[in-house]
Design a protein around this ligand. Structure first.
Ligand code: PLP
Length: 400
């Protein structure tokens, strides 16, 4: 064995664990590092509300800091917040969760997802995940030692998962199904009948459901179906939710997980060793959001709906066919008619017209041929972005 003696001999890459070395950095962030240095870019990129957090929510957090409320909270979160959340979930879904044993306040859905994966997955366990889907899903499964198995979806079937396709992918190693509807990047919403079929599949094969419902309040002309509220599903579902999108609170890093007491206890074990407790002032802000934020959230959603119509109609008018998104704040137009790959399209559009969109392949193989456009930006910017995309297409003989 050779001993390393000099710093310059150190192969730093070899220090990184195989598990981490094997996952690619987020396709979204990779692309956005590119535009950090550019001026005059209209970003339809990062999936984040353009609103500031409603004033009364900010005020509640400021007041708590001024009162000196700056210490750790209980590991699972402030009792009043857990109670308020369980009442909110009861009102909105009909479900009952014990605030003392079935609710965990997390650092966003991001942490909830990681905890769920680590608490449930044994090495080699397989987890079914829709393709395309949010970039963190498969990464969290891999980091937890599991194997993501992608369920292909397509625009032809409205990016919904087909129960037959999912069932064909089940093996003795399948442990869980991880879904997130309304969906990022497509804006798809699974109708009740389809979700009932997936729920029945989970029960028949004894699978856990991990359901990311961060966009539950952002639905247009349809209802949100809570997976845990489907018959027989509460006990086998890890239900993840958050404040980032509906209350424009991305920077506060606050969300929640609710599930059986056994699963929450397991997730809390990891959380207490790695996080301790979610940020105290963010928990106070979340409490205010739940108590008094409904009106502001509804106003923002109504605004997103107006922008959605402008965006989807605008994209179709300029020559890009676009699936009609019923939730979240993303449009997912097909760019196949341009003959470019999604990465080429996104790079060329950024270079030539300074409009940033995310290549669809960042969300899985089935996202190739599409780009994700986040319409949570002002109408003025949306119109300008559409104008620029139109010019970009016209130069290639597409559109009028
Ligand atoms: N889940 C989905 C589907 C998302 O789109 C995002 C953020 O874009 C997250 C989770 C992360 O949520 P949070 O800010 O609560 O960590």
């Amino acid at each position: 064995m050779t001993l390393r003696t000099k710093t310059q001999d150190l192969d730093k890459a070899s220090l990184i664990s195989q598990r981490v070395a094997n996952i690619a950095p987020s396709g979204i962030r990779k692309f956005f590092d590119l535009l950090a240095s550019m001026e005059g870019v209209i970003s339809l990129g990062i999936g984040e509300p353009d609103f500031a957090t409603p004033y009364h929510i900010r005020e509640a957090a400021i007041a708590s800091i001024e009162r000196g409320y700056t210490m750790y909270t209980p590991n699972t979160g402030i009792a009043e917040l857990r109670t308020e959340l369980s009442q909110y979930l009861n009102r909105t879904t009909g479900l009952t969760y014990d605030p003392n044993s079935q609710v965990l306040i997390t650092v966003g859905v991001s942490e909830g997802m990681d905890l769920a994966a680590r608490a449930l997955i044994n090495p080699g366990d397989e987890v079914l995940i829709p393709d395309p889907s949010y970039v963190s899903y498969s990464a969290c499964v891999i980091l937890a030692g599991g194997k993501p198995v992608m369920i292909p979806t397509s625009e032809e079937t409205r990016f919904e998962i087909s129960v037959e396709t999912a069932e064909a992918l089940i093996t003795p190693k399948t442990k869980a199904i991880l879904i997130g509807y309304p969906a990022n990047p497509t804006g798809a919403v699974m109708p009740r009948e389809k979700l009932l079929q997936i729920a029945e599949l989970a029960r028949r094969y004894n699978l856990v459901m991990i359901s990311d419902e961060i966009y539950s309040q952002l639905v247009y002309d349809c209802e949100h179906i809570c997976v845990a509220a489907l018959p027989g599903m509460q006990e086998r579902t890890v239900f993840l939710g958050g404040f980032s999108k509906a209350y424009a609170m991305t920077g506060w890093r606050i969300g929640y997980a609710v599930a059986s007491a056994e699963i929450i206890a397991a997730m809390t074990k990891i959380h207490q060793y790695t996080i301790m407790s979610a940020p105290t002032m963010s928990q106070i802000a979340a409490l205010e959001a739940l108590k008094n934020g409904g009106e502001s959230a509804r106003e923002m959603v109504a605004d997103y709906n107006r922008r959605r119509l402008v965006m989807v109609e605008g994209l179709c008018d300029i020559g890009l066919s676009c699936f009609n998104p019923q939730g979240a704040f993303y449009a997912f137009p097909s760019i196949r008619s341009t003959g470019m790959t999604s990465e080429e399209f996104a790079h060329n559009l950024l270079k030539e017209e300074k409009v940033a969109v995310v290549p669809g392949n960042a969300f899985g193989k089935c996202g190739e041929g599409y780009v994700r456009c986040c319409y949570a930006t002002s109408l003025k910017e949306l119109y300008e972005a559409l104008e620029r995309i139109k010019r970009f297409l016209n130069r290639r003989g597409i559109g009028n």
